[in-house]
Design a protein. Structure first.
Length: 79
């Protein structure tokens, strides 16, 4: 089977454009997310995670897993 000359084919040397987005809320997109080669699905600039419209504030209680933290939030619960 031969490839017709009118159909372009990849030689393996072309580089696909880097996909990144502006995460919003005044946070700048890191230079590693724009020019880097890493793939992180939990990154708000290069992955599928979106910032939910607010900034979380609290006390960090655990930092055991990679790229994940557990925070304690103090709030009032009225009965």
């Amino acid at each position: 089977m031969s490839i017709p000359p009118s159909i372009p084919y990849k030689t393996g040397k072309e580089k696909l454009p880097r996909l990144y987005k502006n995460s919003g809320l005044g946070f700048k997109t890191p230079k590693e997310a724009i020019e880097g080669t890493y793939i992180d699905k939990k990154c708000p600039s290069a992955g599928n995670v979106s910032i939910q419209g607010r900034i979380l504030s609290g006390v960090v209680t655990k930092m055991r897993m990679q790229k994940t933290i557990v925070i304690r939030r103090d709030y009032l619960h009225y009965i």
